[in-house]
Design a protein around this ligand. Structure first.
Ligand code: HEM
Length: 316
């Protein structure tokens, strides 16, 4: 809520940058009770370096994105280790279970073994890498499309204002989120059109025949899921932002925004809840318009408007 308030105070913001700040503040708090401020901003920069290095060629010498990522990962490890040591002292005599790090420190397998400190830190870093920019980008596309589809925004406002009135404009619960039927459809549609993961990787564990082609055992297969979600055979008028298409579930095998099978995105429900909360607070209190509605879209590394979704924002 504080993040959105700052949008209206600034009056003109880049949705791409601002949704990242909001999402990072959320995951920082949820995962390790990190509060917004200069320290969190510094960590945000380290995560950005880390993400840039994930796709870079692995040349570990000065000046490369890979080396910068390796160094940033070490610094992040040290920050989370300090947090973990602090928690060990603080939580010794209490049953605190306030954030994901507390949960990971306590979790035991069937034989009573706990995760090592390194494993706790690895999990936190990996989950932030997987869940931070992805959720932020879906939120940015929600801002963008709701500015372009006033009829959708109107319906969202009606639904969310009714709930907000019941809750006196305050926080809403997970049960409330489940009751926001149209909002949840808008969340799904934002994720579909965002097409954050263009593809997923799979290995053929046996010879597979598909439409007359044989994929031999051991081959790497790259299903191009972005194509699935923009294929008119799967979704009517696929480039239109239409939450009502989710009155019916997608046809089997046509919707893989979170991947599928045993490796399906572990954070898909968290992402959906975060997006519903974001849309709730945005639509209830603010109005906004795109500065450059016709800005071209850049597709690499992930789709975004070339002007980073610049918007003029004010309180309703
Ligand atoms: C809109 C937001 C998100 C999108 C579009 C997204 C998309 C994906 C995709 C496509 C995969 C690959 C799945 C596969 O290979 O079948 C994946 C994996 C994963 N995601 Fe997400 N994700 C999002 C948010 C999150 C969040 C919030 C978290 C955690 C906090 C998260 C954690 C993970 C993890 C741990 C994996 C690896 C799962 C495994 O290999 O077992 N993701 N995600």
């Amino acid at each position: 809520m504080a993040g959105l308030k700052s949008w209206a105070e600034k009056g003109r913001v880049l949705a791409y940058d601002e949704t990242q700040k909001i999402t990072f503040a959320n995951v920082g708090r949820l995962f390790a009770s990190l509060e917004p401020g200069p320290a969190l901003d510094a960590m945000d920069k380290l995560f950005e370096n880390l993400l840039n290095g994930i796709r870079a060629s692995p040349y570990n010498f000065p000046g490369t994105a890979y080396r910068c990522a390796v160094q940033s990962r070490k610094k992040l490890g040290a920050i989370f280790r300090a947090k973990l040591e602090e928690k060990k002292i603080h939580n010794r005599d209490s049953d605190a279970n306030d954030d994901l790090m507390d949960g990971l420190m306590k979790i035991k397998d069937e034989e009573g073994n706990r995760l090592s400190d390194d494993e706790v830190i690895d999990n936190i870093v990996s989950l932030i890498v997987a869940g931070y920019k992805s959720t932020a980008m879906a939120a940015m596309w929600a801002v963008y499309h709701l500015a372009k589809y006033p009829n959708v925004l109107k319906k969202l406002r009606e639904e969310n204002m009714a709930l907000s009135k019941e809750r006196n404009g305050g926080f809403i619960t997970s049960e409330d989120v489940a009751s926001l039927k149209y909002t949840n459809k808008a969340v799904e549609e934002s994720i579909r059109v965002a097409n954050i993961a263009a593809f997923v990787f799979r290995t053929a564990v046996r010879d597979v025949e598909y439409q007359g082609y044989i994929f031999p055992k051991g081959w790497t297969i790259v299903p191009w899921v972005r194509y699935m979600h923009t294929n008119p055979e799967h979704f009517d008028d696929p480039l239109t932002f239409n939450p009502d298409r989710w009155n019916e579930p997608a046809k089997p095998g046509t919707y893989l925004v979170f991947g599928g099978g045993s490796r399906i995105c572990a954070g898909n429900m968290l992402a959906r809840i975060q997006l519903a909360l974001f849309i709730h607070h945005l639509t209830v209190r603010y109005k906004w318009e795109l500065v450059n509605p016709d800005a071209p879209i850049i597709y690499l590394s992930h789709p975004r408007p070339s002007d980073k979704g610049e918007v003029i924002v004010s309180k309703i």
